[in-house]
Write a protein that binds this ligand. Sequence first.
Ligand code: ZN
Length: 274
Amino acid sequence: VPEGHTLHRLARSLNSAFAGQVIASSSPQGRFEDGAAIVDGMRLIGAEAWGKHLLVGFGRRRRTEHWVHVHLGLYGKFPVHNHDDDGPPEPRGALRWRLETTQVHADLRGPTACRVIDEAERDLLIGRLGPDLLRDDDEPGDRELMWERISRSRSPIGGLLMDQSVVAGVGNVYRAEVLFRAGIDPMRPGRALSRHEFDDLWSDMRVLLRAGLRSGRIITTRPEDRDQPKGRVRREDAHYVYRRAGEPCRLCGSGVSVATFQGRNLFWCPSCQG
Ligand SMILES: [Zn+2]
């Protein structure tokens, strides 16, 4: 399931493959035919991520005239591949959008959103999102905005962290893991958090998200808490509670809990996060 760091990595890979180049755009599957035709033959000016949203800008010169808004949802994929002089492979299956140059192509499959929007619609979309801790242009004001939204809310912090208008880009794995690392019960109302707890949560989340952006993996355990402290982190050692229901907590040994909350699995340690 893509979380914010995946989208930022995707924006980077699209930029390094296509930015500044005139591209061919098509929708082999047909579901994005009209949109794909609008940007076909234009220059890809730049791709950017805002939380879990990807925005790809196109124009005839340097100015962006159209944005393609992509949301991968739970199952979407948008890999970039090199190809030889024969061009990309024949499109297969439900290929929503293909971008290509003479050297590279990117194939988008299974997104929940793929549409052409204008500048005003882009501003509206971004305006609805909370701060994205992975953006380089994040500001001190972002932290205050997030604190304001959390400290006024009666909703459980475990739900607030997944609310994209509170903070953009945090998904199920980061939600579970940052709350565990902070020792905070996911069901605690936002307004019951102290400023100090919030500040720690913010800093830790920023550190973890940025590490995910660098490595492409979500690793939240400290080496001393892993079964195998040295070497490459094994998948089963990467998390404290996420997908570890029933297994012993790495810190206290009691069983990790799971419950369905707002339609998603929520993992936590009832004893460390009391
Ligand atoms: Zn525990």
